[in-house]
Ligand binder design. Structure first.
Ligand code: DGI
Ligand code: FE
Ligand code: FE
Ligand code: FE
Length: 187
């Protein structure tokens, strides 16, 4: 599978708005990958496929989380979180992707996790800073991400958790653990 093939696959699955977001994530991921010595090929494919399950049926995703024995804690959280791990299952089962780093980048693009690979950080951050995003603080993360992946992850995770807390939403354990890791690393 190459980038053009991956783009064509998601173009057929996703509504136009989400496909445009995906093109933005590809652009940001390629730029970050080049800057930080990550495989351009892997970054492009992971970015293209990262939201492939975004609009999948909620009940089917629930069944899949159970049948594929994904983290059962997911079921206690908003279904918005499910498209990332389910997307990794689809990339493997429907598209035959076997590169575990690409699969993990898709799987953890929404929450992050401790011990992320550089590719995982690139995809998490590309999703956060793609040209279509316009929330407060995004320009700062855009600038920092090209200098220091870990510092950018810390800021993005902190802002994400602050947003969730302001909306009275629970924070998924991986998100908190990932944030803690980047803060403690600095000491
Ligand atoms: O799929 P995207 O919209 O491109 O972005 P995403 O996959 O990063 O995030 C999707 C949604 O998930 C976003 O609206 C916020 C939500 N989210 C992210 N982390 C957490 C979360 N929701 C809860 N409840 N807890 C989290 O830790
Ligand atoms: Fe997503
Ligand atoms: Fe994200
Ligand atoms: Fe996304």
């Amino acid at each position: 599978m190459n980038l053009e093939q991956a783009k064509q696959i998601v173009k057929d699955i996703l509504p136009e708005k989400r496909y445009i977001h995906t093109l933005g994530v590809i652009e940001a991921a390629l730029s970050l990958a080049e800057k930080h010595g990550v495989s351009i090929e892997d970054a492009g494919i992971a970015a293209a496929l990262h939201d492939m399950a975004k609009f999948h049926d909620k009940n089917e995703m629930r069944e899949l989380i159970i049948s594929r024995e994904l983290d059962p804690v997911l079921l206690d959280f908003h279904h918005e979180l499910w498209h990332a791990p389910v997307g990794a299952v689809f990339a493997r089962e429907k598209l035959g992707i076997t590169n575990e780093d690409i699969l993990n980048a898709i799987r953890y693009h929404t929450t992050g996790r401790p011990n992320m690979s550089r590719l995982e950080k690139v995809i998490y951050l590309a999703d956060y800073i793609e040209p279509g995003r316009s929330f407060t603080g995004v320009d700062n993360v855009r600038a920092v991400a090209h200098e220091n992946l870990d510092e950018a992850m810390k800021i993005a995770l902190k802002q994400s958790m602050q947003f969730l807390i302001s909306k009275n939403q629970p924070v998924f354990p991986d998100t908190l653990e990932s944030y803690n890791e980047f803060v403690q690393k600095e000491k």
